[in-house]
Ligand binder design. Sequence first.
Ligand code: PHE
Length: 449
Amino acid sequence: MDNKKKPSRGHFTGSLGFIMAAAGSAIGLGNLWKFPYVAGISGGGLFIVFYLVFALILGIPIMLSEMAVGRNTQLNAIGAFRSINKKWSFVGVIEISCAFIILSYYSVVGGWVMKYIGSYLTGASVSDPAAFDTFVASPVQPVVWHLLFMAVAVLVVIGGVQKGIETCSKWLLPLLFVLLIGVVVRAVTLPGAFAGLRFLFVPDTSLLSDPKALINAVVLAMGQVFFSLSLGLGIAITYGSYLKKDTNITKDTCTVVGLDTLMALLSGMAIMPAVFSFGMEPTGGPGLIFKTLPAVFDSMPLGRIFGLAFFFLVFIAALTSAIALLEVVASFFIDTFHWKRRTATLVMGGIMAAIGVFASLSMGPLAGFTIGSMNLFDAMGFLTDKILMPLAALATCIFVGHIWGVGNVTSEVERCGKRFAIRRAYSFLIRWVAPVLIGIIFVMGLISN
Ligand code: PHE
């Protein structure tokens, strides 16, 4: 694809940096607070099997498609679609808007994580569940932490693709795995840890005789794959656009999906054994990370050290996702309006930070302001996870499968000199299977809300 802006764009030094950055964008709070709980209550080992199947048939083809579009066009999400077919620019518009909205509230949660790290470092108490509720509802503290988190993300992205995003991911992601393995070893050697592993891994065969529960588990597994890989946000397009032509994107996609899945399983093995060992109820969502786990860490020997390690790894997971979202937005202004990286990042980061302030306040002083019975924070989550992400991914499948075409994907994939060995399977999945499955996730997501 011909374009004139290539020289000024950054690029990753090689596959490793790219893989770390892309895996960092996928690995996030979903792996930590959603996967272990949802897997445990929706079939255990059976859910995990569904998850693996969907990662293979849904995750890999869609991520590979996004990467192929990005690397081929060497442009941001909107520019990429527009340069191939003007009518399809809307997909990029949805993706960039979605990244913009997500980062506005994701940064609020990132701020909470930083506040917990601060408490662990200063020796303040962290184990009172009511204190968390008071904290998030207060008008000043969570807002300040949110602004601080956004500032860190902005600083990394200002550093550029290589010096900022790649360097940060290359150091932090391995550290995340080391910390997580440390916590897993601690957790599985606690007395009674086995109950937690059973919760996570033993297949709940009663599901097989309960069609409704079975369908529910299958749909949850699909949705989780989708969210966990951050599909439909233009991240793989944007990061792919910084890839050199000789990288093997099929291999890189499989590695990223594999790392994200490994991270989900390890999180479960770090979290559930500890929760069960201390006789707590398993939960998901913010309650698990900010209420249950601090209480668990508080009651174990050396708990404050493991608590600090754990929150630091949550911070890494959140930060590497946040920088990807910010890069998606900033790259559009850099490519299209030739803004300087610093200007694009500061201006867009600033606007998202301002919106995030309202998201944070919507859990306290502005709780009375609701949209369809949800506060602003929840409404933003609903709009992005349940509507915009599936729509953009559905459009991406149709675009790549039927407009740009599998032939173009193949040429792009084969630039590395290797044959596109899974071409036939890929073609069937991206053209027919993925659109139908995403349609199902979309409809069920709306119904179940
Ligand atoms: N994929 C991330 C996770 O699993 C969540 C996420 C979604 C992050 C969208 C950024 C954007 O937690």
